[in-house]
Write a protein that binds this ligand. Structure first.
Ligand code: ADP
Ligand code: ADP
Length: 237
């Protein structure tokens, strides 16, 4: 479904962040990207949706070469990818429901004055997702009143409301305690199965990667040094 081919990224500073990345991700597969800080994990995730512009190579999603698109066609293609962030990236002054709804339009602030006219089926879908992530009682709370784990659950519901085919997840547990981290990873894992979603999860914690991913890709200095099933990964990596 997603194919990266010969992907390279050199930043203007001269840092070579990715070299010759070849990767094919089938529908529904959950891939954990591991490797030391500076290995290129964030750059790889951001090259997929072109938040970072690759220097060379191609990104193809569902048969469409994203690296050839621009403007409106790129924005449309990007809708098939939803991002979940390390710091949740919620709008603090908006409620939980408002934050989730922003996933559908992708532009907070614009739709707020139109809330009453917001399609009821989208609101119902958002409510259903908030139930699924365990927050049905919190829909009217402001985002800044939530714990870290709750904020990440909102981020997950918002991403799913976008009805993506691919989740791009950047260090989802970096700010969470170990128990909450496992709960969040389990939730992402289950939702990927329920919605037949593929995911690339950039994660420092190798134990979590082993426990919750179908496949592990190890990066080191911008190159793939491991690509296989969790049980094939040597214990010392
Ligand atoms: P992480 O370990 O999650 O990659 P970093 O501390 O390496 O976090 O990077 C944090 C932010 O700084 C990122 O947005 C990254 O793109 C940016 N960054 C990292 N290295 C450089 C650099 N050499 N020059 C400019 N920006 C950088
Ligand atoms: P990771 O996510 O694995 O920690 P990154 O993708 O953040 O790795 O960084 C890979 C390399 O690219 C590092 O050498 C980092 O310093 C460099 N880098 C990251 N972001 C930037 C940036 N915005 N400008 C310049 N160099 C960057």
């Amino acid at each position: 479904m997603l194919t990266l081919s010969n992907l390279c990224k050199r930043y203007p500073t001269g840092d070579l962040a990715l070299t010759d990345i070849d990767l094919t991700l089938p529908r529904g597969q959950v891939l954990a990207l591991i490797g030391p800080s500076g290995a290129g994990k964030s750059t790889l995730i951001r090259c997929v949706n072109r938040l970072v512009e690759p220097t060379s190579g191609s990104v193809t999603l569902g048969g469409v070469e994203l690296t050839r698109l621009s403007g409106r066609r790129l924005r449309e293609a990007r809708r098939a990818m939803a991002m979940i962030f390390q710091e949740y990236a919620l709008v603090d002054r908006l409620t939980v429901m408002e934050n989730v709804l922003s996933g559908r339009l992708g532009y907070v602030g614009f739709w707020r004055s139109f809330l009453r006219r917001y399609p009821q089926e989208v609101v119902a879908e958002a409510f259903h997702l908030l139930e699924r992530v365990g927050l049905p009682h919190a829909i009217d709370k402001r985002a800044d009143a939530l714990s870290g784990g709750q904020r990440q659950r909102v981020g997950i519901a918002r991403a799913l409301l976008q009805r993506p085919e691919l989740l791009l997840v950047d260090e989802p547990t970096a700010s969470l305690d170990p128990k909450t981290s496992r709960q969040i990873m389990r939730l992402i894992r289950e939702l990927c199965a329920e919605h037949e979603l593929a995911a690339i999860i950039n994660i420092h914690d190798v134990l979590l990667a082993r426990q919750f991913a179908d496949r592990i890709v190890g990066l080191r200095a911008g190159r793939i040094v491991f690509d296989g099933r969790p049980e094939e990964l040597d214990a010392d990596i």
